[in-house]
Design a binder for this molecule. Structure first.
Ligand SMILES: *Cc1c(COP(=O)(O)O)cnc(C)c1O
Length: 396
């Protein structure tokens, strides 16, 4: 086959690589504890599955759906945003269905970025922002997320030249992979900054419903005037254990939604109407489901963080997401520490360097496994003598 530069220049997708390592160690007979991918381990709730079964028996769901999503779906999203965030959305012009938010994020980049344009991308971050900017011919400008800044980007550090070329900026709070959350003050600053510099602000809100205690994440659209420049991506994946169903939504700026629609009408033909029906019932469903899931996650998170802190780490408790962003002990890189955890302990985590250069020195633990398995993972790490506050023992 003749070479295609777009393909040969694209790095391998992080999780495709991790899946290979996972398969190899399972094939060797390792009792693997998989704390790598952020994919809920619990099933989709029954009320949503029942709704889907009913929708499947209705032949009116079987043909092509409207590109922008059914009116009922867009209305349900608008009502959910009102109830959850007190944000008003016009279902006709400010809501669009997505085949999962990954699809929407990728296509929004193609809708906004021309060759030579810049997108402002947090580092570390979900790999799609950076890689799709490159696929679209643009240049990602990385914004380091540092612990001392609460893993928020320093917007004042971006040079004027870059700002002139920048067409969009990504933010993602609650954050994957650092689990950081954003203050109202930061969200206000981001909106003001994007307005001043004529940049579309893309807020990835995948984890807004995975919150602990009294914490409730905010939507960027709660900031007055945000709708002029902000578009938010959301999905049912993490909230309702529906990652395989592929249903999400883009909401906010009419102009950005219109541009996205032009790309999408030429690339895909919308989300299966039966799934949209089930998604409507999911959004309208009892709040108890999310609350119950979050109690499970909170307990697991506590087991993970207390466990790591009992063997030399000094991690703060987190308010949201299913991730723990863990500095590697001195003497290791992200990759070498993952290797040791896999080879010695049969524990699979993700190297922070996979999320960008600033992720070097960290690994990401995920709590989408039973509490007993999390405790077992800690036990295995402990019995190998691996500690967070230790220099790597020199091998002889
Ligand atoms: C999981 C995830 C998504 C995408 O989820 P979809 O299943 O495509 O809706 C988007 N952003 C972040 C940061 C995620 O972790």
């Amino acid at each position: 086959m003749k070479q295609n530069k777009r393909i040969s220049n694209t790095p391998k997708y992080l999780f495709a690589e991790i899946d290979k390592k996972k398969a190899a160690s399972i094939a060797r007979g390792v009792d693997l504890i998989d704390l790598s991918i952020g994919d809920p381990d619990q099933p989709t709730p029954k009320y949503i599955i029942d709704s889907m079964k009913k929708a499947l028996d209705d032949p009116s769901t079987h043909n092509y759906p409207p590109y922008e999503g059914t009116k009922d779906f867009r209305t349900a999203v608008s009502k959910w945003y009102k109830k959850r965030f007190n944000v008003d959305l016009d279902p006709e012009s400010e809501v669009m269905s997505l085949i999962g938010s990954k699809e929407g994020i990728a296509h929004m980049i193609f809708a906004l970025i021309d060759p030579g344009d810049v997108s402002l991308v947090p580092d570390p971050s979900y790999p799609v922002y950076k890689v799709c900017t490159i696929l679209a011919g643009g240049t990602p400008h990385m914004l380091p997320l540092k612990k001392e800044n609460g893993f928020l980007p320093d917007l004042d550090s971006i040079d004027a030249q870059t700002l002139k070329k920048a067409k969009l900026m990504f933010i993602n709070y609650p954050n994957n992979p650092t689990s950081a959350t954003a203050s109202r003050e930061f969200l206000e600053k981001a909106v003001k900054f994007c307005k001043k510099n004529d940049i579309i602000l893309c807020s990835d809100l995948a984890y807004s419903e995975v919150c602990f205690g009294n914490y409730a994440a905010e939507s960027i659209l709660q900031i007055p005037g945000a709708k002029d420049i902000a578009v938010e991506f959301h999905s049912l994946s993490k909230t309702f254990n529906m990652t395989g169903w592929r249903i999400g939504m883009a909401v906010g700026s009419k102009d950005a939604i219109k541009a996205l629609a032009i790309i999408k009408t030429n690339v895909d033909s919308g989300a299966f109407k039966a799934i949209q029906k089930a998604a409507i019932d999911a959004l309208n469903g009892p709040e108890g489901f999310t609350k119950g899931m979050n109690l499970i996650y909170e307990k697991r998170m506590k087991a993970m963080i207390d466990g790591l802190n009992s063997i030399g780490w000094k991690l703060d408790h987190t308010k949201a997401t299913f991730y723990v962003w863990v500095p590697v002990p001195k003497g290791y890189t992200s990759a070498s520490f993952c290797e040791v955890l896999l080879e010695k302990c049969g524990v699979l985590v993700v190297p922070g360097s996979g999320y960008g250069e600033s992720g070097e020195g960290y690994v990401r633990f995920c709590i989408t496994a039973d509490e007993s398995r999390i405790k077992e993972a800690i036990q295995r790490i402990k019995s190998e003598g691996i500690r967070g506050d230790q220099l790597k023992a020199l091998k002889n």
